[in-house]
Design a protein around this ligand. Structure first.
Ligand SMILES: [Zn+2]
Length: 236
């Protein structure tokens, strides 16, 4: 989809900015925890991927009418701005490392362009992807064991094809850490950035893109297959 296709303003005006954002989340568990509360949290997600979309071990966050996953343009350079309010010490390295890992595993390139005081996590439209930290008072979906949210906003062109044009990741300032053991904020950020690219949750419990992470901190073959499918959809 090229916004300028057809020339002039007409085709631009015919673009429809759909919803604000497709949001998903990840929660972190230790094996011994009571899962009841967590499951309720997970099931209350507004969107965690379209069931049956994707392939073995991966789903897409959203699928266009034509059946293609909603993602960014081919080899897109995706600008990211970081709001440091509430961020942990060393957040710049945290963001840089997570971004590098996702860039290396995907066909897209997140580029951190600077910092911002923007806190409009929801209802985002076209523009840089916002990475920030918040508590459940500010972002209610962060209540309970949810460690982060991530998603993209997208436009749908006249032909029904869709393309991501913005997005956000918000991490919980009260991220469960010590008592859960080994919770890794970098893993959460990587997971959420992959939601921004367009992958939903995996039904493979071992995947990094599983809704409930029980310790996986590396991409699995299923995660990588999903990322490759997004690249193919963007460039194919
Ligand atoms: Zn998730």
């Amino acid at each position: 989809m090229d916004e300028r296709r057809g020339g002039g303003c007409t085709s631009i005006l015919s673009l429809l900015l759909v919803l604000g954002l497709v949001i998903s989340m990840v929660v972190y568990l230790s094996p011994g925890l009571d899962l009841g509360n967590v499951r309720r949290t997970v099931y209350s997600e507004r969107s965690a991927g379209v069931a049956g979309s994707g392939g073995e071990g991966y789903t897409f966050m959203q699928v266009s009418d034509g059946g293609r996953p909603v993602t960014w343009g081919c080899a897109a350079r995706i600008e990211v701005e970081v709001n440091p309010q509430g961020a942990p010490e060393g957040y710049a390295d945290l963001v840089a490392t997570a971004v590098q890992r996702v860039n290396e595993a995907s066909g897209f390139t997140f580029v951190v362009t600077g910092e911002t005081d923007d806190r409009e996590f929801q209802g985002r439209q076209r523009g840089p992807v916002l990475i920030g930290w918040a508590d459940e008072e500010e972002v209610s979906e962060l209540a309970g064991p949810t460690a982060g949210l991530g998603g993209a906003s997208y436009v749908v062109g006249p032909g029904g094809d869709a393309r991501s044009v913005g997005g956000m990741v918000v991490l919980d300032t009260d991220m469960p850490g010590g008592w859960l053991g080994g919770l890794d904020e970098e893993t959460v950020l990587v997971h959420e950035l992959v939601h921004v690219l367009g992958l939903g949750h995996s039904d493979d419990a071992d995947a990094l893109m599983a809704a409930e992470n029980s310790g996986q901190d590396e991409f699995t073959d299923a995660d990588l297959a999903g990322l490759a499918a997004l690249e193919e959809a963007a460039c194919g």
